[in-house]
Design a protein around this ligand. Structure first.
Ligand code: F0G
Length: 471
């Protein structure tokens, strides 16, 4: 346990780092009683997505749209040009994306899944395969709605929570080759490549891997589209772990990585430090043409795509801020701080610690529960009951049902995600969270699991309801 006389930096054998920002405005937060939390969780059907924010103490549901904006971004909000067409802020956003990500054409969208819809509808032919380095919930659903068939081509290590592979997000090129051999290149819509793979625990892809993937795809005329949602965090891992990149800036690494892909979709609510927004960026004019045509059906005119002018200004500034080395280092440093505390107490989690979250290994945490009792969902519920900390399930509930057979998909990874918003919480908040996880771990044998009481048709984890298994 913690030696009270030492700073945490000293305990970890290094000098402490501090967040590279100071607080100018605060939002009070309140702790509830155990009784209030029990009632709130019951009303929410044991699903943390259905809790009211005011009933939550420390909110680690997601890092999506939950960042604190900087004073520069707030000042930028005052510069919104709210013209219906051709807003000044759009052109600023477009040139910022071109500059930092390197793509030629930009289509703004209201958030990531808006861009996923456009790219999926624009390039997938019904019945084509879409190989990806693990699935993401909304990404795969849009690919399936466009008639695509998802094929997992991530390396096997990604499905093993204890593997210490430094780039667990890598694509297994043999799996891609086997798919090309079996189905022919013509039957592959594109490679769906994600930077820091969310469902694998925020694990990065190496530069060597994307370079080899590019070479393979060039041989077969297959395009690569990147989920750039947390690609800045991926660039940090390359700087830290890959030979030849230690002296390159995160911005330079980001640009090089993107140069091996044909376009990207973005949930700007993550890396890009805004509360709402997204974009699609492309290098090929024909795909851009199709996406630009469709954006007016689903999002809004191609110079705002569902965002206000002020949102686009804040987003352009957020892009400039998020690629700063010291920002990324401290962001990932905070995630690691929480992870290191939990590690010291032997709490099972996905290793190595990823970019945006700690993924507790709920299957090992509750090794007495079968996966059908939803251990990941159960752990999220228990964390809320203990200390008002809101986490999210990333296991069998998130995986949904197989569209062919209708059965539950039982993923190897049954996880509960503690996701850290950017620039929002301090080191003390991380300590409070760690202590709560420890308390829940210490009484794990008393926990019996959950059964599903209501299941919606799409993305069930958002709205499903559960009941405790009794007896
Ligand atoms: N891609 C990835 C890797 C994501 O993590 C998300 C969202 C999206 C696409 C979709 O973007 O939400 O803006 O429509 N992830 C959130 C999360 C919901 O909590 O991980 P969106």
């Amino acid at each position: 346990m913690t030696n009270q006389m030492m700073t945490t930096g000293q305990q970890l054998g290094r000098r402490s780092w501090a967040e590279p920002w100071k607080i100018k405005m605060v939002e009070p937060m309140f702790m509830t009683t155990a009784e209030q939390r029990g009632a709130a969780l019951g009303e929410a059907g044991y699903n943390t997505f259905l809790l009211k924010s005011e009933d939550v103490y420390i909110d680690l549901l997601t890092d999506s749209g939950t960042s604190a904006m900087s004073d520069r971004q707030w000042a930028g909000m005052m510069l919104g040009d709210e013209a219906y067409a051709g807003s000044r802020n759009f052109y600023r956003l477009e040139s910022t994306i071109q500059h930092y990500y390197g793509y030629r054409y930009v289509v703004p969208t209201h958030q990531g899944r808006g861009a996923e819809n456009l790219i999926s509808q624009a390039v997938i032919r019904r019945g084509q395969y879409v190989p990806g380095n693990m699935y993401f919930t909304t990404t795969r659903l849009h690919q399936e709605l466009a008639g695509g068939i998802f094929a997992d081509v991530i390396i096997d290590e990604a499905h093993d929570p204890s593997s210490l592979h430094p780039f667990k997000g890598n694509v297994d090129l043999d799996k891609v080759r086997a798919l090309i051999d079996r189905e022919s290149a013509n039957n592959i819509a594109y490679i769906s490549l994600a930077g820091t793979v969310n469902m694998a625990g925020g694990q990065p892809v190496s530069m060597a891997n994307v370079r080899e993937l590019r070479a393979l795809c060039d041989q077969h005329g297959i395009r690569i589209y990147l989920d750039a949602t947390r690609m800045v965090e991926n660039a940090f891992f390359i700087q830290e772990r890959e030979e030849g990149y230690a002296d390159k800036s995160v911005a330079a690494i980001l640009l090089e990585f993107c140069s091996y892909t044909d376009g990207a979709w973005m949930s700007a609510k993550k890396d890009n430090l805004v509360n709402i927004g997204g974009w699609l960026a492309l290098n090929h004019e024909d795909v851009y043409e199709r996406a630009r045509n469709m954006v007016v059906v689903y999002e809004g005119l191609h110079t705002y795509g569902g965002m206000a002018g002020r949102d686009m200004e804040a987003l352009a500034i957020g892009i400039e801020e998020c690629v700063q080395d010291q920002h990324v280092r401290s962001r990932i440093g905070q995630v690691r701080y929480l992870g290191t505390l939990l590690e010291q107490w032997g709490i099972p989690m996905v290793q190595p610690i990823g970019g945006h979250a700690i993924f507790l290994n709920a299957r090992a945490f509750y090794d007495h529960l079968p996966q059908s009792a939803f251990p990941g969902q159960t752990l999220a519920a228990e964390l809320y009951l203990d200390g008002g900390v809101r986490a999210m399930e990333r296991g069998v509930v998130s995986a949904g049902r197989d569209p062919e057979t209708g059965d539950h998909r039982y993923p190897k990874l049954e996880l509960t995600r503690l996701t850290i918003p950017r620039r929002v919480y301090t080191q003390s908040h991380m300590e409070v969270v760690a202590e709560s996880v420890k308390a829940v771990y210490d009484r794990r044998s008393e926990t019996r699991g959950l059964k599903m009481a209501y299941e919606p048709e799409y993305l069930r984890f958002f709205q499903a309801r559960f009941e405790p298994i009794s007896g």
